[in-house]
Write a protein that binds this ligand. Structure first.
Ligand code: 6R9
Length: 670
């Protein structure tokens, strides 16, 4: 396996034609972006349309220091624009009207379609007009719970056309989680589909939405209108699978509307709503370490510049390339690198509905071959799942079109990196291990294809405009080699501006630990060559298959069970998922800890949070290791999960005998 010193140089053919073709060029541009952000981003901003022109005196202002007053970031303050205008009308004016924006590839290989820029604009305008006709206007929130279909992109852009703020919720979240998010953002409208096949699994989306809307109503919030795309009848169900879908999707009079009943007859033109650069564009919930999800808020002008620029340089996108990001649109990666970044560059993308494993475990490689994909962007968890299968599943496909391979969501382990590089990339692709967050809006640490010599597992160097710093526990900056808290000392254009309706929580979560810095919640190490290696979360967060969740949110769901008095959850390394959930349960004497309880607890977590959060291990814990002040020592629980007896200093424990008991209680399967 490669060591920290192993370096792979970018392939000569990738470097030769790359936008940024040497490390020296990267460094020069980086320095300019730091020394003169107005000039750097001002030049980029000229490619886009600003209805109200840019005022260079107010181009970029911020405060990151809680001691000096409220935290804020403003880019291009005073300029007005419309995102959908820049993504669609502007590209059409530039001659890309007949270019394919998306190749849609269905779950079943027999299902596929495509959409040009011109057609996408017409559909966006139609749906924007429908939204307007239902009274949805600038500033209103619209909840979206959709599969990976073209209408999802249309719905997102229709919101931006009229200045409504979209709030997507990944269509794998439970009705409970969804309703909590709808209520928090007070969404007036909801957009969904009747259902979807993912592999051989059927997801009844509308019925989950119905449950969510019922829950909202019980809490005093009524969703006024719910648009439903009729998707099922136009797709091929997996063969041999007994469909458990009900033939009829229940529609509530006066609230629910079929997309096809209103959209086709709407007008294909809709004048864009001109938005202030700092007006909200969208919000997206991410897990918070105290349990309640945080509505990360992104604004218009800066996000557009950042999505466009990172997409262009990090994937080295050229006009005739075909790009494919496998992320679901319900996550930030889907927002920035399925929708906004590619469209801002007039790119052609693949939008894939299904899983890597259907109908066979080589589906990804078949799709790459089918569309001659040049840039492929996926998550380490998918790579690890696919590398278990024999090599021939990869090598039987012609993957010679590939030039750039991306990774996102969690640290990529060197084994997975090497497999991706050698087998998928044939040792001629650049691998971009992109570190970023829902909060950062776009890539913040990443290699650049053609420019950055690659080290397997290193997110490497900052993107333009980003100034990373490593801090020790006392808040002192670590110069040169070392490991510490990964923070940023200034905002870049695509950074979050606030938490929806909760600016106080924004300040305390991200800015109070180290005044003057945005705190990522991740740790990182800088090696002797200056490369940054992200080491993982430093707070109580778990990363299961790239899905971030907090120990607190899982614990609070587990303790809802009538038999549970206390629960503690830790992450345990997992060969495919990266991390999995290992739960310690203290029962309250009303029920016995047995297999049935374990099944019930797994079910609650699935129902309340979502299937992706299901714990792998649940063990009985008659007592938990606590400090005298009552704080659970998760460090010790992590050791127990690993069956590692080297637990270090336990002098601060109130009762150290619980440790032996917990080791003894480990389930055989763990
Ligand atoms: C884009 C996204 C953010 C958290 C982040 C970190 C982890 C993401 C990573 C990575 C190491 C990478 N993370 N990319 N860790 N290397 N290349 O995933 O956003 O869902 O908000 O998760 O994911 O821990 O803080 P989000």
């Amino acid at each position: 396996m490669p060591s920290e010193k192993t370096v792979y140089l970018p392939d000569k053919n990738v470097a030769k034609n790359a936008h940024i073709s040497s490390f020296a060029q990267y460094k020069e541009m980086y320095q300019q972006s730091i020394d003169n952000p107005e000039e750097f981003w001002g030049e980029i901003a000229k490619q886009f349309h600003w209805e109200n022109p840019i005022n260079y005196d107010k181009f970029f202002t911020f405060n990151f220091d809680v001691c000096k007053g409220p935290i804020y970031t403003k880019w291009l303050d005073g300029a007005t624009t419309n995102i959908s205008y820049n993504l669609l009308d502007r590209n059409i004016r530039n001659g890309h009207g007949d270019k394919i924006a998306f190749y849609w590839e269905g779950n079943h290989p027999d299902d596929y379609s495509r959409l040009t820029y011109k057609k996408l604009l017409e559909e966006v305008c139609r749906f924007a007009n429908v939204l307007k006709s239902k009274g949805i206007k600038r500033g209103d929130r619209v909840a979206i719970y959709m599969p990976m279909i073209l209408e999802s992109v249309i719905a997102i852009l229709a919101c931006t056309r009229i200045g409504a703020v979209h709030s997507l919720v990944f269509a794998g979240f439970s009705a409970d989680s969804f309703s909590e998010r709808i209520i928090d953002c007070q969404a007036r409208a909801l957009i969904t589909a009747d259902g979807v096949w993912r592999g051989e699994k059927y997801l009844a989306l509308k019925s989950i939405c119905d449950q969510a809307m019922d829950k909202c109503a019980k809490n005093g919030h009524n969703v006024e209108v719910c648009f439903v795309v009729s998707h099922l009848e136009r797709v091929t169900a997996p063969s041999g699978v007994q469909s458990n879908q009900s033939n009829k999707t229940p529609m509530q009079d006066g609230r629910d509307i079929w997309w096809h009943d209103v959209v086709p007859q709407a007008s294909t033109s809709c004048y864009p709503e001109w938005m202030q650069s700092e007006d909200p564009l969208f919000m997206l919930y991410t897990s918070g370490s105290t349990g309640k999800p945080k509505g990360v808020l992104h604004t218009t002008g800066g996000y557009l510049l950042y999505a466009a620029t990172t997409f262009k340089y990090v994937f080295d996108y050229k006009p005739n390339d075909v790009y494919w990001c496998t992320a679901d649109i319900g996550w930030i990666t889907g927002h920035t690198y399925v929708v906004y970044g590619p469209l801002a560059n007039a790119a052609t993308s693949v939008l894939y509905e299904g899983t890597p494993f259907y109908p066979q475990n080589d589906r990804f490689w078949g799709v790459v071959e089918k569309y001659k994909v040049n840039q492929f962007y996926t998550a380490p968890t998918a790579i690890r799942a696919l590398m278990k299968f024999e090599d021939s599943l990869v090598t039987r496909h012609d993957l010679s079109s590939l030039r750039v391979l991306g990774s996102v969501g969690e640290p990529i382990n060197p084994e997975a990196w090497m497999w991706y590089y050698k087998l998928v990339g044939g040792e001629k692709c650049s691998i971009v291990d992109t570190f970023w967050q829902t909060e950062t809006g776009g890539h913040v640490l990443t290699p650049l294809p053609g420019a950055t010599p690659m080290k397997p597992g290193a997110a490497s160097f900052p993107f333009f405009g980003v100034q990373p710093v490593l801090l020790d526990e006392s808040g002192k900056e670590i110069q040169g080699e070392g490991e510490g808290y990964l923070v940023f000392s200034r905002p870049w254009p695509g950074m979050m501006r606030s938490l929806y309706n909760n600016h106080d929580r924004y300040e305390t979560t991200y800015f109070s630990k180290f005044p003057g810095y945005y705190c990522t919640g991740d740790g990182a190490r800088r090696d002797a060559d200056g490369y940054l290696w992200v080491t993982g979360r430093v707070d109580d967060m778990l990363n299961v298959s790239g899905h971030l969740m907090s120990t607190a949110e899982v614990e609070s769901v587990l303790t809802e069970h009538r038999g549970v008095s206390e629960a503690a959850v830790v992450a345990k390394p997992h060969p495919v998922k990266g991390e999995c959930l290992y739960c310690f349960i203290t029962t309250n004497g009303q029920v016995e800890f047995n297999a049935q309880l374990v099944t019930e607890l797994k079910k609650i977590v699935r129902e309340r949070i979502g299937p992706f959060a299901q714990p792998d291990v649940i063990q009985s814990a008659p007592g938990l290791p606590k400090t005298r002040s009552g704080k659970i020592m998760r460090r010790i629980l992590r050791k127990i999960a690993l069956n590692d007896r080297d637990i270090g200093d336990i002098s601060s424990l109130a009762d150290s005998s619980v440790v032996d008991q917990l080791f003894a209680n480990r389930p055989i399967s763990a």
